[in-house]
Design a binder for this molecule. Structure first.
Ligand code: GAP
Length: 538
């Protein structure tokens, strides 16, 4: 069996499956596509909806302390001034003046290629460095030996950034026929390059130095104009996060519902960011969907404990939708790199095929946003504390996740290629998407054994129609039964039921239930099938 960890071409295989089976298409494909935008096809739309629905049910319906919201995508431009996005929602942009490529400086890495005076020799299996005849260690050399910088190398962020820089350093030393011992590269972010170093760092596009510009702040908000006039007064923004909707409607929610601290406001919706480098399929796109929840707590409450609770809740939830714990890890943002609004952020990371990357950010935003809106709007953003008879501005814990990133994670974790035997015992390859029944786009496929036997198709149709009232199901009578199973395996359908001659000829009205993952089959009644679905699809 080949899985995410073992298949180096997993992303390619996934992109191909996503297109072939109608999960994801490039946006506007007939016009050549638009970088950073995607369409979700029939299966993709279902899977995405199931991710949203599961989150909404667990986050809103099944809790007493959280209410939902759907705010507008375009809000008053002052919202984004108050939130700090107009001034600070930027990424450091670097241009390559020759290739016209653009890079994010924090995703571009470089190293000085340092050569020490001395020689490297091989003694048996050992590599020995000698400076002026004496054998020395690398740390000794770094501290004492004379060093010459023979040039610079650069590479984009990847799982192999360090190795790539080291290989390029070795190549540069060979190209320059430089004598001496090549030191292990010290990887640095382009944001740390000094003005003297920038002209010496090669562009990843051309391999030549001299064309990269110093980083400059690039605001990622998409601008638009509201109304008939196109001037400075009509400028508005497509929201870059759903979160501000919850802050701006905080007063409306407390005035129109019976919520009491602590409580949360949750929202699912589209967000837009003019990402400098959209990449890794739907991982980083320019239009994406967020599921965010702002949990308002009393300023005197133990915010750290609350933050920990939400961190646990989010991890448990990811496991409930089938993401394996082995693919999940945590990343605590260092204090000096926290976003402008955060006092602590921990990301839940997922092991994607292109590296371990952020899936879900859980931030402690203090009272930053409500204070800002209070200041900029002049409207108090307070909650009346009955116990102390005081008005307080609540603090906030925010779990914020992207639907598309979860979508990609479940595809990556669920994808497998296996060697299996067909009915005649021949080995064939099957591609299977092991999606949790909660998320699977199709819960059950109903398959009459033969297409032209009315007794079979009538029973199959009747079952299909009944299932259809509650679940997303498919009726498939095309081709050999084995082929139909494979089709459903690729779509991630957890179960197939086959209506065969035993169904119509033997007592009990049973069908064959075929399990996607084990491929095992057993007979089951209609009542048992509904009971199984009731238990697994929640
Ligand atoms: N309100 C806080 C906020 O928006 P964020 O870390 O910028 O925080 C939250 O975004 C989540 O939204 C991320 O963890 C990620 O899952 C998703 N996300 C952010 N930018 C994205 C992009 N360009 N494409 C897809 N998903 C994105």
């Amino acid at each position: 069996m080949s899985t995410a960890a073992e298949n180096p071409n997993l992303m390619e295989a996934l992109v191909s499956l996503a297109k072939r089976r109608g999960f994801i298409y490039p946006s506007s494909e007939i016009y050549g596509g638009l970088n950073g935008f995607f369409d979700y096809g029939p299966l993709g739309a279902e899977l995405k909806r199931n991710i949203r629905d599961c989150w909404w049910r667990d986050m809103v319906h099944r809790r007493d302390d959280i209410v939902g919201l759907e705010s507008s995508i375009i809000m008053h431009p002052k919202v984004w001034e108050a939130s700090g996005h107009v001034a600070g929602f930027t990424d450091p942009l670097v241009d390559c003046k020759v290739s016209k490529q653009r890079y994010r400086a924090d995703q571009l890495f470089f190293a000085a290629v340092e050569v020490f005076k001395g020689i490297t020799e091989t003694e048996g299996a050992r590599t020995v460095h000698r400076v002026e005849g004496s054998s020395v260690t690398e740390p000794y050399m770094a501290a004492h030996a004379d060093v010459e910088i023979i040039g610079y190398v650069s590479a984009l962020e990847s799982e192999r950034t360090k190795e790539e820089l080291q290989e390029k350093a070795e190549a540069l030393k060979r190209k320059k026929s430089a004598k001496g011992i090549l030191h292990a590269v010290k990887v640095r972010e382009f944001t740390e390059a000094t003005p003297e170093e920038i002209p010496l760092i090669p562009s990843p596009a051309t391999g030549e130095p001299g064309s990269l510009t110093p980083p400059r702040a690039f605001n990622m908000m998409f601008e638009t104009n509201v109304g008939a006039l196109k001037d400075a007064s009509s400028v508005a923004y497509l929201r870059p996060e759903t979160a501000q909707g919850m802050f701006v409607d905080f007063k409306n929610v407390i005035d129109t519902t019976r919520v009491k601290l602590p409580f949360g406001i949750a929202q699912i919706g589209k967000s837009f960011r003019n990402e400098i480098t959209p990449r890794n399929f739907i991982f980083r796109s320019r239009e994406f969907e967020q599921m965010e929840m702002e949990y308002f707590i009393h300023p005197d409450a133990d915010w750290l404990a609350c933050h920990e609770e939400w961190l646990k809740w989010c991890q448990d939830w990811l496991r409930s939708i089938g993401l394996p714990a082995s693919h999940l890890s945590l990343y605590e943002h260092p204090k000096e790199k926290l976003a402008f609004y955060s006092r602590r952020t921990v990301d839940i990371m997922f092991r994607y095929p292109f590296g371990v990357q952020e899936l879900w950010g859980i931030a402690a935003r203090s009272d930053y946003d409500l204070q800002q809106h209070q200041k900029h709007s002049g409207v108090p953003q307070t909650w009346f504390d009955e116990a102390t008879k005081q008005k307080v501005v609540p603090h906030v814990i925010e779990p914020a996740v992207g639907v598309d990133r979860i979508f990609l994670a479940v595809l990556c974790a669920g994808y497998a290629e296996e060697d299996v035997k067909d009915e005649k015992g021949n080995v064939e390859k099957r591609t299977v998407l092991r999606l949790s029944p909660r998320l699977a786009p199709v819960k059950v496929a109903v398959l009459p054994l033969l297409k032209n036997k009315e007794a079979l198709t009538n029973r199959a149709r009747a079952l299909y129609k009944k299932l259809q009232q509650r679940y997303a199901v498919q009726y498939d009578d095309g081709g050999a039964i084995g082929k139909r199973y494979r089709r459903q395996d690729e779509a991630g359908t957890p179960w197939c039921v086959t209506i065969d001659f035993d169904t119509i000829e033997k007592p009990g009205d049973t069908f064959t239930l075929r399990d996607r993952d084990s491929m095992s089959q057993k007979r089951i009644t209609e009542a048992e099938l509904f009971a199984l679905l009731e238990q697994q699809v929640y």
